[in-house]
Design a protein around this ligand. Structure first.
Ligand SMILES: [Zn+2]
Length: 367
């Protein structure tokens, strides 16, 4: 998913929240909290269920012989500070390495917290990813502000018409709920505008291996929902951190789908006991990973078949692909995915467009 896609998702979700449709997925919790899950000897997965941006982001803390490595640092510095407080309860060793899987803001906006507490910290990422960070960072404050002003005008509209977007009356209870959510959104945007962007200090191109502190860390550059994403593999512990190559419940994507598919197939070859995705729970098997790869595969095959049958426009191809059939195959009986199905359907349509463009070398033919 592109950064713009994430913003659209947040706006889309906000509208749903305002309409009371999706209250269970409250992304705008007033208090940011993180949950700790020990996943190995000295290895902890921290999940931030609701940070005001995207759900269930993961940050992994790995305690070594004499220091600590942190993989990804969340959207909000306040969430990274909570993880740092937990690290201090676990150990008095300093954080020596921070790793940023990719440039989307939910994976590195907390870097400043570690750089302030540990001035000698090295921040590791790929060379291309660091470039993306430098190029993208200035776009965010105005985009977050724009997102907020859309939400403010929707709320003003509700108040002036006395109606929700679906035409139902705005009750006093709904009004105060929406007002509270809007305030949480303002708090989120205020924090994001104040982020001191802190960039990686150590970059690599294809892969990098660090033998350190009794562990072997293999950093591998792969294309996921961002190009040159860092995947971290610990061969002895058989733990893989995938960044957003792999996420739950939403399979994020941006670059050509076939490149992302190739990465998922490659991940499926790793000898692992545990996969920590960019978002969502850690997985002890590869079933969902393979399900996501199979979904991408089916979309690419169906799109190319439709193109070769003579369909020209994206809309024609989207119709021919039969997204609903693929969606039910993907969702299966998983309640969390079922709850998310309406949004996943939009994702699938957008994946079809992605594969359509890739099949025609980036072109979207006018029709
Ligand atoms: Zn993410």
């Amino acid at each position: 998913m592109t950064f713009l896609g994430v913003l659209n998702f947040r706006y889309f979700l906000f509208v749903w929240l305002l309409a009371g449709i999706f209250a269970a997925q409250d992304l705008c919790a007033s208090e940011v909290t993180v949950k700790k899950n020990q996943i190995g000897d000295g290895i902890y997965q921290f999940t931030c269920s609701s940070d005001g941006y995207v759900p269930n982001g993961n940050s992994v803390v790995i305690v070594n012989d004499s220091d600590v490595l942190v993989f990804d640092t969340f959207t909000r510095p306040s969430a990274a500070r909570l993880v740092l407080a937990e690290i201090r309860k676990l150990t008095n060793k300093p954080v020596r390495y921070v790793v940023n899987s990719h440039w989307h803001p939910d994976h590195w906006s907390g870097n400043e917290v570690y750089a302030q507490a540990f001035p000698d910290v090295e921040i590791i990422t790929t060379e291309a990813n660091r470039e993306h960070m430098l190029n993208a960072a200035n776009a965010w404050p105005p985009m977050f502000k724009g997102d907020l002003s859309k939400q403010e005008s929707d709320f003003e509209n509700e108040v002036s018409t006395g109606k929700l977007s679906d035409g139902t009356p705005l009750t006093s209870q709904r009004r105060s709920e929406h007002q509270a959510r809007l305030q949480q959104e303002r708090d989120f945007v205020t924090e994001m505008i104040a982020v001191h962007r802190t960039y990686p200090t150590l970059t690599y191109v294809d892969h990098l291996t660090l033998w350190h502190g009794g562990r072997e860390f293999r950093f591998i550059s792969m294309t996921g929902d961002a190009t040159a994403t860092t995947v971290l593999y610990l061969p002895k512990e058989k733990i893989l951190m995938s960044g957003d190559l792999f996420a739950f419940p939403e399979p994020y994507y941006t670059p050509p789908l076939s490149q992302h598919l190739a990465s998922l197939r490659r991940l499926a070859q790793f000898d692992v006991d545990l996969i920590v995705p960019g978002h969502g729970p850690a997985w002890r098997d590869k079933e969902y990973l393979n399900r996501e790869a199979d979904l991408f595969d089916s979309i690419i095959q169906r799109v190319h078949a439709a193109e070769r049958q003579g369909l020209v426009s994206v809309e024609q191809v989207q119709k021919a692909v039969n997204v609903d059939e693929l969606l039910s195959k993907f969702v299966q009986n998983d309640q969390e995915l079922k709850d998310f199905a309406e949004y996943l359907r939009l994702d699938l349509l957008s994946m079809v467009e992605n594969a359509y463009r890739e099949g025609r070398d980036g072109e979207k033919f006018p029709y």
